[in-house]
Design a protein. Structure first.
Length: 121
């Protein structure tokens, strides 16, 4: 009995350099909001939400990976908007890439204006 109580009290040690596995983030809460802005009255089934969530997650992973490679090629350790913009251009074809780029540029400008007006560091 004494032995079992000591084994229960033992803490699990994390191996150095290894991160604990995290639950995957979901974008599912955003799809109805965006759909409401674009097409009022339409909805998505659970299966469609899963497909969209998987697609968005995969594209984010690809863009981050490509941007990381671009930063590595230029001997930089920090991702900037330049690497992300280039990665989007490489991964998204034609009009989709141009639309994404313009929306991202608007978001970055909005962030920078807010940062200046509210005095963020």
């Amino acid at each position: 009995e004494a032995e079992s109580s000591t084994t229960k009290k033992r803490k699990r040690r994390r191996r150095r350099g290894h991160r604990p596995s995290q639950a995957r983030k979901s974008f599912a809460t955003y799809f109805p909001r965006v759909l409401k802005q674009v097409h009022q009255g339409l909805s998505l089934s659970k299966g469609a939400v899963k497909v969209m969530d998987s697609f968005v997650y995969d594209m984010c992973e690809r863009i981050a990976r490509e941007a990381g490679c671009l930063a590595h090629y230029t001997n930089r350790s920090t991702l900037s908007t330049r690497e992300l913009q280039s990665a989007v251009r490489m991964l998204l074809p034609g009009e989709l890439g141009r639309c994404t780029e313009s929306e991202a540029t608007k978001a970055v400008l909005k962030y920078r204006v807010r940062k200046v007006t509210q005095g963020f560091p």
